[in-house]
Write a protein that binds this ligand. Structure first.
Ligand code: AHM
Ligand code: MG
Length: 332
């Protein structure tokens, strides 16, 4: 069965996310609508997080856990708030049987054992930027469960590998809030219009330039990188590239997807396995990258082909414009 791309569906820029999801679903004759509903649930959770992020400075929800606000309620850090809100939205939606989150060691069961999907997520990524009004993001990855519907989900549902993702995406809380996702038929970006309360298709069929001139890496760890990465940085400086590192993966990734560039988080002395998490940071962004014509590796292999060992495992991560990633990995 051939699946139509959004180009073929003739969905114009300006269409709402709901209409887009509805029209895209109609391209799959046997679709039941459950994945569509799940995407809507994620979009709704994104609106709620957007609201929390926007009022963070006003109501003092940032800062340490355990403090109380003027009503005497316990305040929580924004990443904890985002985690709670996302879990609640996915529980209420009913399509998801279990979740793993960067914020929780164990599998979170939604109580909907009849849900067909599991979600791996980083509810609010970019911890060092949360309290200081700098762009942050949510990252999500969706799998169809492999355990029988009706039973309790297990770790096997989450350890299927990046190629088994049925959809993935991110929400960027930046100068505007954007939802970018793919179900494996290209990548589309929706900008949130606060006044309408709607996500609007603004970035249709995102394609990452094959070559760019931006490199994004934490330069302060230079001495801790291996020779190939050090050489890449030296060459980038020599070739007149621009360094752009926000320190929020979603924001750095998004910019590089649109403008062309490469994001690098290698292994370091402090984090020999790298810092980023395979299941809910690397896999979903690699899925988006590949759908947008970009690449993502751990330095040796396409990261989508790396078999996971555990739910919270880390990995070195290199992603962005195809030629830049190929050039880097050829030297590794
Ligand atoms: P987090 O999940 O604790 O927020 O860590 C992930 C973040 C990424 O968003 C970002 O690219 C990276 O950590 C920055 O790390 P560093 O400060 O070591 O450069
Ligand atoms: Mg993170």
């Amino acid at each position: 069965m051939s699946v139509k791309s959004t180009q073929e569906l003739v969905l114009p820029v300006g269409v709402t996310l709901d209409r887009f999801i509805m029209r895209s679903q109609s391209a799959f004759p046997y679709a039941t609508g459950e994945l569509s509903q799940l995407l809507r649930d994620i979009a709704l959770a994104g609106k709620i997080i957007n609201r929390e992020v926007n009022k963070a400075g006003l109501v003092d929800v940032t800062g340490a856990n355990g403090t109380a606000n003027v009503q005497g309620e316990h305040q929580q850090k924004l990443d904890v708030v985002a985690n709670v809100r996302f879990i609640r939205a996915l529980k209420n939606g009913g399509e998801v049987c279990a979740i793993i989150s960067e914020e929780d060691e164990d599998i979170i069961y939604t109580g909907n054992d009849h849900g067909k999907y599991v979600v791996a997520m980083d509810p609010l990524d970019g911890s060092s930027n949360i309290d200081v009004n700098v762009s942050i993001g949510t990252i999500f990855s969706i799998y169809r469960r492999v355990t029988p519907v009706g039973s309790q989900a297990t770790v096997e549902d989450f350890k299927q590998g990046g190629r088994k993702q049925v959809a993935a995406g991110y929400i960027l809380y930046g100068s505007s809030t954007m939802l970018v996702y793919s179900t494996g038929c290209g990548v589309n970006g929706f900008t949130y219009d606060q006044s309408l309360g709607e996500y609007i298709l603004s970035h249709k069929d995102i394609c990452c330039p094959v070559q760019g001139s931006i490199y994004s890496i934490n330069d302060a760890y230079y001495n801790s990188y291996d020779n190939a990465v050090q050489q890449f940085i030296t060459d980038s400086r020599r070739d007149g590239y621009s360094a752009r590192y926000i320190g929020s993966l979603v924001a750095d990734f998004h910019r590089n997807m649109l403008k062309g560039g490469i994001y690098l988080y290698p292994s370091t002395r402090k984090d020999p396995q790298g810092k980023l998490r395979l299941l809910y940071e690397c896999y979903p962004l690699a899925f988006i990258a590949e759908q947008a014509g970009a690449k993502a590796t751990n330095g040796y292999r396409n990261i989508l082909d790396v078999e996971p060992d555990s739910m919270h495992q880390r990995s070195p991560f290199y992603t962005g414009s195809a030629q830049m990633v190929e050039g880097l990995t050829a030297d590794m």
